[in-house]
Design a protein around this ligand. Sequence first.
Ligand SMILES: Cc1cc2nc3c(=O)[nH]c(=O)nc-3n(C[C@H](O)[C@H](O)[C@H](O)COP(=O)(O)O)c2cc1C
Length: 370
Amino acid sequence: MPNNNKPIYHYSDLEKHAKGTLSHEVFTYIQSGSGNEETLKDNEQAFKKWKIKPQFLNDVSERNLSISLLDETYKTPFLLAPVGHLGAAHPDGELAVARAAKEKQVPYIVSTVSTFSLEEIADELGDTPRWFQLYWSSDQELTASLVKRAEKAGYSAIVVTIDTPILGYREADLTNQYFPLRAGYGSANYFADPVFRSRLKESPEVNKASAIEELLKIVFHPKLSWKDLAFIRKHTKLPIILKGVLHPNDAIQAVDYGADGIIVSNHGGRQLDGVLSSLDALPNIVQEVSGKIPVLFDSGIRRGPDVIKAYALGADAVLLGRPYVYGLAINGQAGVEEVLEHFLNDVDVSLATAGKSRISELDSSLVVKV
Ligand SMILES: Cc1cc2nc3c(=O)[nH]c(=O)nc-3n(C[C@H](O)[C@H](O)[C@H](O)COP(=O)(O)O)c2cc1C
């Protein structure tokens, strides 16, 4: 990556170089959190409260980073989190991420608000595992159409983001008056959708601005409630995973309503500021769910030891967010590949130096809260 030809390892260097590449508005959109950014900061701070207690002389000469999830084995211990509007970060956007994911065999959770359509992204991924993240539209027929298209394009799970009934109060974006959907990034799945197109008086090719206005009206669904999950179940055989769980009661509800998994996440501190850090939420939720469905985790993972700590605290898988987006901004596909390569190496080294050989060996005996 362009760092005087030196590789970039440090997260703050990734951030710095991305800042140097992107416009102020786009960098801020990616980097910032909502409100006073307390939760954004807490997500990283929370990892510092937990320390690893390694145990040695265990023969760690052969290591395995694979994980088992929903009856599949994934080669890498992390998936790529759904991040929307990636065309704003790099012209190749999600296509570059897909090529890098394929190269490194990292599963990719593709956002609804992607700059390229879910079918175009699937074509790039080949047989790389992929899930589709759903922003449940207030237009139910459109929601069903998106889910069916994802199933047809080989996505193997639907991730329903539940923490975004409406967009969080993002002061930085409000200050910059920057909204990527309005700027034209993130409409590909809608513009390619027969149901959405049928709602328009003029096609997006003829009148893009009015199509975007229509999209802004239906993108989120504030009325969504637990009983609506049956609607998705009716339209797909794929596992349904709820993203954005922070309260143990919601985790219990997820089990009761038949979700196949949950993701403990606060959306990278981008929804309600002042919510607890994702890592602080994790142990209670793991305890309540008690193995009935997988518990995934994101928000604040920056390095290998963070991955180790999240697994030790009971996560069944973790998602990588901002780090790969910065790689994309800095150098497209190659930039994402470099970030993934470094992360894989970091997790591998962290595992061995914690005295373990497999991700599945990580449990709470490995960590202590200080
Ligand atoms: C720029 C940006 C856009 C995002 N877009 C989406 C999205 O479209 N759908 C979604 O469910 N989560 C979205 N997220 C949240 C991520 O999936 C993930 O929860 C978050 O990035 C984790 O925090 P971290 O990146 O600080 O580790 C977005 C995050 C960022 C930074």
